[in-house]
Write a protein that binds this ligand. Structure first.
Ligand SMILES: [Zn+2]
Length: 131
C-alpha cells in the first residue's frame, strides 16, 4: 500500500494519501483549501530498520508521540514515513493493519499497544529473502 504525500502550494497543508496500489492515483486536492496546486513529497528513507527499531525511534520522540496522541495529521504522516522506512519500501501487514485502524479513527496508543503485545519476531538486519 503506497503512501503518497503532497504539500499544498497554496496553504502549505501536507496531504497524505494511502492508496491500494500504484495505479490508483486519484485527483489530489488539498484537504484544507481544496487547491489542486500540490507538490509531491518524496520519502528519502533508504536505511533498512527493523520494526522494533522504528517503535523505539518513535517512542523516543516525545514530540511525535504527543502528536500521535492528539491525532495530529502531521505526526501521523511522520509516523507513516518511519514505518514505511522500516520495510525498506516493503509495507508489512502490520503496517497496513495499523494504518487502516488509524484511518478508522482508533487511538494510536491503543493500536500501537496491541501491536506491541503481539511481540513482533526479531528481524535480522538484511533479511535473506530480499529478491
Ligand atoms: Zn491548501
Amino acid at each position: 500500500m503506497p503512501v503518497y504525500e503532497y504539500r499544498c502550494n497554496n496553504c502549505h497543508q501536507v496531504v497524505a494519501l494511502y492508496l491500494r496500489n500504484f495505479a490508483d492515483v486519484p485527483q489530489v486536492r488539498c484537504t484544507r483549501c481544496g487547491s489542486h496546486n500540490l507538490s509531491r513529497l518524496f520519502s528519502t528513507f533508504a536505511v533498512h530498520k527493523t520494526y522494533k527499531d522504528v517503535y523505539e525511534d518513535i517512542l523516543s520522540d516525545s514530540q511525535l508521540v504527543r502528536g500521535m496522541m492528539a491525532n495530529d495529521p502531521r505526526a501521523m504522516a511522520q509516523w507513516s514515513k518511519k514505518m514505511e522506512g522500516a520495510g525498506g519500501g516493503e509495507i508489512g501487514p502490520e503496517y497496513e493493519e495499523m494504518t487502516e485502524r488509524l484511518e478508522r479513527g482508533e487511538r494510536w496508543d491503543k493500536v500501537a499497544g496491541e501491536m506491541q503485545d503481539r511481540q513482533l519476531p526479531p528481524q535480522e538486519p538484511g533479511p535473506p529473502e530480499t529478491e
